[in-house]
Design a binder for this molecule. Sequence first.
Ligand SMILES: *[C@@H]1O[C@H](CO)[C@@H](O)[C@H](O)[C@H]1NC(C)=O
Ligand SMILES: *[C@@H]1O[C@H](CO)[C@@H](O)[C@H](O)[C@H]1NC(C)=O
Ligand SMILES: *[C@@H]1O[C@H](CO)[C@@H](O)[C@H](O)[C@H]1NC(C)=O
Ligand SMILES: *[C@@H]1O[C@H](CO)[C@@H](O)[C@H](O)[C@H]1NC(C)=O
Length: 332
Amino acid sequence: MIAFRHKMVSAIILLSLVGPILSYDFSNMFTSQYPVGWCNPFLPYSCENITQVSDSQSCCFEKDGLMLLAQFWDYDLDLVSVAINGTDASKQAVNTTIYQQGAGYFGIGDWLKSAWDQFRTDPSSTMPIEKSFTIHGLWSDKCDGSYEQYCQPDLEIADSVNLTDLIGNKFNKPELLTLMQKYWINTASSNVAGDSNPQLWEHEYNKHATCMNTMNPSCLVGNYRQFEAAVLFYQKVTEIWEQLNTYEFLSKFGILPTVSNSYKLTDIQQALSRNHGDKQVYVGCTSDGVLNEIYYYYVLKGSVLAGDYKQVDLMGPASNCREDVWYLPKPN
Ligand SMILES: *[C@@H]1O[C@H](CO)[C@@H](O)[C@H](O)[C@H]1NC(C)=O
Ligand SMILES: *[C@@H]1O[C@H](CO)[C@@H](O)[C@H](O)[C@H]1NC(C)=O
Ligand SMILES: *[C@@H]1O[C@H](CO)[C@@H](O)[C@H](O)[C@H]1NC(C)=O
Ligand SMILES: *[C@@H]1O[C@H](CO)[C@@H](O)[C@H](O)[C@H]1NC(C)=O
């Protein structure tokens, strides 16, 4: 009994010593589905500690480690003029069309939650695209908000590579491919040459992921197969995106797509921030004042694939929107 007590006391002392790191999620360290090596959990989060982490940690510490998950809202372009210049009658007509398609914009409630839960467990399932912000990408900014691009041409995916075949067949990830085909789509806002979805995927890896030092193929364990880092990157991006159901974040605050009224930018920012650890989220608009992009910011402890992402405030301008923001429905 005394020995037992002694052990308990020791355990409590030990716990209080390591207390500061207990907020770190250790589960990843042992259960990561990604083929990466072990990382020392005492390393700092990226951008939080100006001490240079040694080069030998380059698989465990992202040097330009202000991470952003970027999403598109690919609204119906035909609705811009209705929203901005339309008559009540034309707005009513849009309302009716959307309403009659049923199920959706105005009837959110428990069914949405259950649909989302189901979507989470079955990525190939049915989260309707008109209620989904889609994936733009995962970027690594420098800690001051600037960024590098196309850092390692030798790693780039060439246009001649068939990414559909690579992901679905060569790497045998048909569920990932299905999810990407539905939710990682090349939109009017993407600024990517070409309009196929794989062109956006290729662009995102080449421009951004080749700049992430912890995504370097040399950081992966096991027999490396060409473009394995890219496929794992795509998987990670979809995983982070699945945690960020922007449509639901907004709808919980009564902010739903409509041509009838605009919304206050501050209301949109507040709704998103409430769902991002009270940290500021970037809201992007077109020059017409129509919402089309959202960026969520993180710092990272460990690698891009297996590390712990911590929510942080955005860096740089909070928005390019006007005070009144149009949040327009998507085409069906
Ligand atoms: C910064 O990181 C270094 C190396 O990991 C560590 O020795 C130091 O205590 C850290 N400083 C702060 C303020 O966290
Ligand atoms: C709205 O009407 C104004 C004035 O006629 C015009 O300049 C503007 O281009 C229109 N905007 C849209 C999106 O149709
Ligand atoms: C469209 O529907 C919304 C929600 O039901 C309603 O608040 C709004 O007044 C409607 N707009 C028009 C022009 O009928
Ligand atoms: C890419 O691969 C897929 C699946 O194997 C195939 O269906 C498609 O036709 C290929 N695309 C091109 C452009 O070759």
